[in-house]
Every structure is written in C-alpha cells, then in structure tokens.
Design a protein around this ligand. Structure first.
Ligand code: SAM
Length: 264
C-alpha cells in the first residue's frame, strides 16, 4: 500500500507477510479466469493482487475506510475488480450479480468475528461454490472435529451440516505483522451439493444443538428435556444417557426431524 497503515486491533488486522504462505493459500483455492471470486477483508492486499490477476472477477469486502480508499486508487483501472467498503456481517451476498457456477470465497478472516461470520455465510451458502479461509487454529479444529473429540460442538455440527470441511494446513504467528497471539490454520468449506442429511427447518436444528450443548456435562436427555422425553429417545433408538458431544450430526438431524413430525 502506498501510505503507512497502522494495524487496527478492533478490525482484527494481522497482515500476512510470508510470501510462501500467501502462495500456498492462493494455490489452495487455485482460481482461474472463469471464476468469480469474493475476498473478505483484503487488508493491505497480501492476497488481492494475485486474485485480481487470476480471476474473471473479484469482489472485495473491507470495513476499514482508509484501506478501502487505497484499493480504489490501486485498482482504478482494473475492470474485473469491485470494492465494497462495508461490514461483511451486514453485507447482503444476494445483492451480487449471480455467478453461474457459484462464487469462490477467500479470506484471511478477522478472528474476532469468525463465528458470526461463518453463520452469516452458511445462511447464503447456495451462492458459493467453495470457501478457503484463514482462521484461528482452535476454530478450524472445532469446524473439523468428529463426535467424541474435545473440540466437537455446535460449530462442528452446524458447519458439517452445511459444508464439507477440510483442514488444510497450520500457519505460525510469524507469518503475520503484527503477530497474533494464537496459531492459525487454513480450512476449506464446500457447501454440499448433496447433503449427507437434511432437515426441513435449519433454525430448529440450530436451537436443538445449542440447547443440547448448553450444559456439556449433562446427558442429552437432561439438556433436551423440555423438547423430548425418554420414550421419544427410545423410539429413535438413541440412548438419551449419552453426553451431547457423542451424538453424530445424523443423530441430531434425526431428533430434529422427529420434533418437526410431532408438530404436525
Ligand atoms: N487479507 C489481509 C492479509 O491477509 O494480510 C488482511 C487480513 S486481516 C486478518 C482481516 C481484514 O478484515 C482486515 O483488513 C480488516 O480491516 C478486515 N475486517 C475486519 N472486520 C471486518 C468486517 N466486519 N467486514 C469487512 N472487513 C473486515
């Protein structure tokens, strides 16, 4: 960037400075001229130059007005670049021109908003072909965790309900300036074309999972007692004395669908 920019903590600004890591992230997406890309939080452009070069069109969403101004200047003449100086949490992805093959999304995300941002993206996943993100390692471990793992919880279940999740590689704090206090990792999220299981009502699944994990040390039957009783667990052949972290996504979906059926 032309002018000196002081990293803003409130916007989770940790800029990538390691050329090898930048290259590996770009290669993980491996974009080509047919692709319509979206970059969330381009910052000082560590990934952006290569993305503009290697895409049909690039939309970037950046909240920081100073950084956004720099981008307007830098890509003034590029006809495949659109800047949105906006808060991604409020950004309406449906307002973009529909991309025939689905948008490919990339970003070294601001860690302070990662969970709400992921849920915001899941809500319009039909627009996206795939997403490659840098996140805090702990969040990536939660996204990819299997039942029984200590990281398995609401985020794992909802992410795996919406997307195929693949942890790609870890990134040390030394790859950034300023350096974050935590380890980071790259994850690929691919919205399912054919989901392994479906519910009529995603919102109901979210409520169910949130309630089940509200008291992690209790049995599911106990945590969910306001929603279903032992006989209903028995009818579904699910042992209600298990802890919430031992139930698979399929089992939560089975419970969710039975709640829907009992309403009708
Ligand atoms: N992509 C750059 C890189 O890798 O060096 C910057 C990554 S930095 C971790 C996160 C970026 O997201 C910053 O540029 C920050 O200003 C931007 N950002 C933070 N909160 C945002 C929000 N709510 N909406 C859009 N951008 C945001």
């Amino acid at each position: 960037m032309a002018t000196e920019h002081r990293a803003r903590k409130r916007f989770g600004q940790n800029f990538l400075v390691d050329a090898n890591i930048i290259e590996r992230i770009i290669e993980s997406l491996n974009p080509d001229k047919q692709d319509n890309l979206i970059e969330i939080g381009p910052g000082q452009g560590a990934l952006t130059d290569k993305l503009v070069e290697r895409s049909g069109h690039l939309d970037v969403i950046e909240i920081d007005r100073d950084l956004a101004q720099e981008f307007s200047r830098r890509y003034e003449k590029a006809d495949n670049f659109t800047l949105h100086n906006a808060d991604v949490l409020k950004f309406d992805f449906n307002s973009l021109i529909p991309s025939e093959n689905g948008y490919r999304v990339i970003g070294n995300l601001p860690y302070n908003i990662s969970t709400p941002l992921l849920f915001h993206l899941f809500a319009c996943k039909h627009l996206f072909k795939d997403m490659v993100f840098m996140l805090q390692l702990e969040v990536v471990n939660r996204l990819a965790a299997s039942p029984g793992n200590k990281n398995y919880g609401r985020l794992s279940i909802m992410a795996q309900y919406h997307c195929e999740v693949e942890k790609l590689f870890q990134v040390p704090p030394t790859a950034f300036r300023p350096q974050p206090k935590v380890e980071s990792a790259i994850v690929r999220l691919k919205p399912w074309k054919q989901p392994p299981c479906t519910t009529v009502d995603h919102a109901q699944l979210e409520i169910l999972v949130r309630t089940a994990f509200s008291q992690r040390r209790k049995t599911v039957q106990n945590s969910l007692k306001k929603m279903l009783d032992k006989s209903q667990f028995d009818a579904l052949s699910i042992d209600g004395s298990r802890r919430p972290e031992t139930l698979s996504l399929e089992e939560y979906v089975t419970i969710c669908n039975s709640l829907e059926q009992s309403k009708t």
